[in-house]
Design a binder for this molecule. Structure first.
Ligand SMILES: [Zn+2]
Length: 216
């Protein structure tokens, strides 16, 4: 079996999105780009995350052909493949159905950049991709259009949230921050006008966060 550490990172993330309440049951899906950059590892379709073992994950080539694995890959495989093909900076994709983000996806309203951490970690409003049925190429196309060349997250209309990152830790962090931002924006809106940060402040915060923490 190839790519044990990548398989474990996918499994750990899949368990975490379940345990944190960002998905229920077997919904949501997680993938990582493998070192060769021509392949990805993704969760299987409709299987309980708590029972999954590393060998249950599916290794695919860039065309979506199964290289290793005996189960069917996630129904959202076309979306994951499309993102890796078009975004060379993306090495992990996490798709969740977290409730506050989905509230915005149902209202078909962008989540505004209202927190410093949203500016730092995400750096942009989270827009809503046009509606298409789950698992379709049309959904993959709509998501890619909304993600463009540099966005970290996008809402799927009446469905969920997709976050991307240079690694799994970043993609998962984007999910948490987007969900928290949506929750606070919704609560704040019941108190009055929601004040978003200015584009200038977002750019400054996003840039300065790149130097945050300890120097390597
Ligand atoms: Zn979904």
């Amino acid at each position: 079996m190839q790519y044990l550490s990548e398989r474990e990172s996918v499994l750990n993330c899949a368990r975490e999105i379940y345990e944190s309440g960002m998905v229920t049951g077997t919904w949501g899906n997680v993938s990582v780009r493998t070192e060769t950059r021509a392949l990805m590892i993704i969760t299987p379709s409709g299987m309980d995350y708590s029972l999954l073992e590393p060998q249950d994950l599916i290794l695919l080539d860039a065309t979506g052909k199964v290289v290793e694995g005996s189960y069917r890959p996630s129904v959202e495989t076309p979306m994951h493949l499309r993102i890796y093909r078009q975004r060379s900076d993306v090495n992990a994709v996490v798709h969740v159905h977290s409730p506050y983000a989905v509230a915005y996806a149902v209202a078909r309203r962008s989540i505004p950049v209202i927190l410093e951490e949203t500016a730092q970690v995400v750096g942009h409003e989270i827009a809503v991709a046009a509606y298409a049925h789950c698992g379709t190429q049309a959904l993959a196309d709509n998501v890619m259009q909304a993600l463009g060349s540099d966005k970290k997250a996008v809402l799927l209309a009446n469905h969920g949230l997709v976050a991307v990152g240079k690694d799994m830790a970043e993609a998962l962090k984007v999910c948490y921050i987007v969900e928290k931002t949506a929750m606070i924006a919704l609560h704040a809106s019941t108190l009055g006008t929601v004040q978003a940060l200015s584009d200038k402040d977002i750019a400054i915060l996003n840039q300065s966060f790149k130097n945050y923490g300890q120097k390597k």
